[in-house]
Design a protein. Structure first.
Length: 104
């Protein structure tokens, strides 16, 4: 039993070190991705609500399929959507029928 536990701990350590090496090797790409999640979610929500006319609930259901966020605030008066996710905040604003929504 001790031998199995020792092998399991060694395998766990190897996996953790491997993940750490992978993260270190790809940190530039990972850090570039972090603000993209909240920006894409804000743009999806803004376009769904102000361009396509979906309800807020339907827009959330569509946008949350692949993007992790911690908060989403829709301002109907200013026609903006502000999203916080992965430590970043982005706002998308409806720019009119010709341009749709853009990130600020």
């Amino acid at each position: 039993m001790k031998k199995i536990l020792k092998i399991a701990l060694i395998l766990l350590l190897v996996v953790i070190v491997g993940i750490g090496v992978w993260v270190a090797a790809n940190w530039r790409d990972i850090s570039a991705f972090l603000p993209m999640a909240s920006g894409a979610y804000a743009k999806f929500m803004c376009s769904s609500i102000f361009v396509e006319g979906k309800t807020e609930e339907a827009a959330h259901n569509w946008a949350r399929l692949a993007l992790p966020v911690s908060s989403c605030v829709v301002d109907y008066e200013k026609k903006t959507v502000t999203v916080k996710g992965l430590g970043h905040e982005n706002t998308a604003r409806y720019a009119g029928a010709r341009f749709g929504c853009t990130l600020e």
